[in-house]
Ligand binder design. Structure first.
Ligand code: 5GP
Ligand code: MN
Length: 332
């Protein structure tokens, strides 16, 4: 764990006015929850803050307070570039390598402002001036809660900030059921609930918001595309670009799909392969000590956590599946 002093940071924050916040490619609930919570918090401190995302994020996150002010780098490179080059401090949230920003990474690398990393993924790169990094944290939103409390501003956590933080804690823990959940997770949730947020509303906004196409894609994937390996307790689903198109695929439609095979007795490793127009996007999940971060880094140009990692392959979908099946023995 690398953690810089909150007090030292408090002073630095006092002397900064323009702040940029960036998060990873294909932002998820924790990425957007933490970025927007920080954004709203900084506004309350009287700062000028901007959230910049490398690309779009799913519709079911568009209700988050502050969403309308987010700059999508792919849609508005100029505006994003300006916000970054004029910032005197840059927060990088929920990732730890510029590789996770794709093209936006080059801009952040060039920017002169000091970087603050707040993240819970394994093996951070050495680019930041300040680190709030803890792989034990269930989510970046947990670290952001600690950060706000650490700089002595817990009183500023209002309903809007709390709903952003709740979103990240909920989505990164699979609604409080993965092995990254502990007493602290629930203590933070208890604090957030005191602001008046309604958990069932947030859950509903994220998980009861499927399109019919998305539900049918889930049914199709489970019925037609689930493969269980012969000699290892592992299963995967792979979807071609054509199949995704058939179900009118929208960003976020396969989120959570990778986990379904875990409901089969004994399954310890799951994978999901999604074919896109220029690469195969991969998700890995495991139970217990099976290290998917290492596996994704070694073989699939990716990384993440022990039990949840991602990567990509520039090979064909069929070859990617074959490679996975051949390498599975290294996990058991
Ligand atoms: P997901 O499978 O939900 O996309 O991602 C699982 C975890 O792995 C997340 O914490 C995510 O940030 C991380 N992850 C996903 N894709 C990549 C990747 O290509 N590279 C790295 N380093 N991490 C990834
Ligand atoms: Mn996260």
């Amino acid at each position: 764990m690398r953690k810089d002093s909150f007090l030292k940071f408090k002073k630095l924050l006092k002397n900064t006015q323009k702040i940029a916040i960036v998060t990873h490619w294909s932002p998820d609930g924790d990425a957007m929850g933490s970025s927007l919570a920080l954004y709203l918090f900084l506004l309350k401190l009287g700062k000028k803050a901007t959230v910049i995302v490398p690309n779009a994020y799913p519709d079911f996150l568009h209700w988050l307070p502050g969403h309308k002010q987010v700059i999508n780098f792919q849609e508005n490179e100029q505006k994003a570039g300006k916000a970054i080059s004029s910032a005197d401090l840059i927060f990088t949230l929920d990732f730890n390598s510029y590789k996770r920003l794709e093209k936006l990474g080059g801009l952040i690398d060039k920017a002169k402002a000091p970087k603050v990393l707040i993240d819970h993924h394994q093996q951070p790169d050495d680019y930041a001036t300040y680190y709030f990094h803890d792989i034990q944290a269930c989510s970046t939103c947990e670290l952001l809660f600690d950060f706000i409390v650490g700089v002595g501003e817990k009183k500023l956590i209002d309903k809007k900030i709390a709903s952003c933080l709740y979103t990240g804690l909920m989505t990164d823990t699979g609604s409080f059921r993965y092995s990254n959940v502990n007493a602290k997770t629930h203590l933070i949730i208890a604090e957030l609930l005191k602001t008046g947020i309604i958990p069932s509303d947030i859950h509903g906004a994220i998980y009861d918001n499927y399109s019919l196409d998305r539900l049918k894609l889930l049914g199709y994937a489970l019925n037609e595309k689930l493969k269980i390996l012969n000699f290892y307790p592992a299963a995967y689903i792979s979807l071609t670009e054509k199949e995704l198109e058939k179900f009118n695929y929208q960003k976020g439609d396969t989120e959570g799909l990778v986990n379904y095979p875990f409901s089969i007795k004994g399954i310890k490793v799951c994978a999901l392969f999604n074919e896109t127009d220029n690469y195969v996007k991969i998700s890995f999940r495991s139970k217990g000590k099976i290290d998917m971060n290492k596996f994704a880094r070694l073989h699939f140009n990716g990384g993440g956590h022990i039990n949840a990692a991602g990567g990509r392959s520039n090979d064909t979908l069929a070859n990617t599946e074959k490679k996975f099946e051949e390498l599975i023995k290294t996990l058991f």
